[in-house]
Design a protein around this ligand. Structure first.
Ligand code: SAM
Length: 309
């Protein structure tokens, strides 16, 4: 039973909030959609992020995810997590490329972070350089292992699958994950505003259909995660693989329980749209009351509608 949770017009409960706390990143991935954001110099402060999270908590949000850019390029990342964690959410997580994770993992754990998702598309140095435009594979791996060591749990690896780039590495990545108790998430490449010619998608897009079929054949068990957009989780040999494919998936929308905050402090009701954002941060900066801020949150929630039906 979901109690004290706000639902949108389509009866979808709002259970999680994804906050993009910066647009800055220390890598430059060839496919990056920058989470659909325009650049912002005026980042939200830890206190402002606390206020936003407090309102989210009041309307029933249970989970907070911090993203970027790369959230770890913010020097105040531990303070941000500490402030949000003081609100006692069920789950606080962070998505990072892992490059700075070795440095911050312990501090983040102590500050109240529950878990991390780390993007790692390959275990091959040249491929890593090609995809991210940086030579940071070893740093990213060290960050992942540190996260496991300090007890952030579960650690998940996000692997974006690209034709002729890393489709032959899924098995190796699975064994790397299994060895360290990490969950592997295979992500279908989605078209990016960053790559404005269609050639990019045509060249690298790889449907996860055939991979899912293979996983279904060999899995010991399969589970579907309702409030995670119907994602399927395959259990193989004591390892776990999850499939993430948001595009053209009406289940993704039907079960979407996530609201987003852009790095310039706007409520983003839908991942796939930028034309219905709701201004929030200026109201926080003007010192408006919690009731007024709650009303603004509700405006954002009222604008939610399924993109794919
Ligand atoms: N810098 C952090 C990171 O690397 O995880 C957080 C931001 S990144 C935009 C968040 C996630 O989006 C990563 O797992 C990345 O692989 C994924 N992503 C970015 N562009 C994508 C695309 N075009 N298709 C599929 N996934 C994408």
């Amino acid at each position: 039973m979901l109690e004290n949770v706000v639902k949108d017009k389509y009866e979808r409960p709002i259970l999680s909030l994804r906050i993009t706390i910066t647009n800055r990143c220390n890598e430059n991935c060839i496919y990056c959609h920058h989470d659909g954001m325009v650049s912002s110099k005026n980042e939200m402060t830890p206190d402002e992020l606390y206020t936003i999270s407090k309102i989210a908590k009041k309307i029933g949000v249970r989970k907070i995810r911090l993203s970027g850019g790369d959230p770890l390029v913010r020097k105040d990342i531990v303070e941000i997590v500490e402030k949000i964690a003081s609100l006692d959410f069920k789950d606080i997580s962070l998505t990072t490329n892992g490059v700075l994770l070795e440095k911050y993992a312990q501090g983040l754990k102590d500050a109240g972070l529950d878990r991390v998702n780390v993007s790692l598309d390959t275990l091959n140095r040249d491929t890593y350089k090609f995809v991210t435009n940086k030579d940071y594979l070893e740093k990213a791996k060290a960050g992942i292992l540190k996260a496991v060591e300090v007890g952030l749990y579960p650690v998940k690896i996000n692997m974006v699958i690209m034709k002729d780039i890393n489709t032959d590495e899924i098995k190796d990545m699975f064994y790397f994950c299994k060895e360290h108790g990490i969950i592997l998430q295979l992500i279908e490449l989605i078209e990016s505003e960053n790559c404005d010619d269609d050639k990019f998608n045509a060249e690298y897009h790889y449907s996860l259909d055939s991979i899912e079929n293979k996983l279904a054949d060999i899995a010991d068990n399969v589970r579907e995660r309702k409030f995670m957009q119907g994602r399927k989780k395959y259990y193989i040999n004591d390892g776990e693989i999850e499939i993430v494919r948001p595009v053209d998936n009406s289940k993704f929308c039907a079960n979407c329980s996530r609201l987003r905050i852009t790095p310039d402090g706007k409520i983003k009701p839908c991942l796939l749209r930028n034309d219905n954002l709701v201004e929030l941060i200026s109201h926080v900066r003007n010192g408006e009351s919690e009731e007024q801020l709650e009303e603004i949150f509700m405006n954002g929630i009222n604008k939610r509608e399924p993109y794919n039906t």
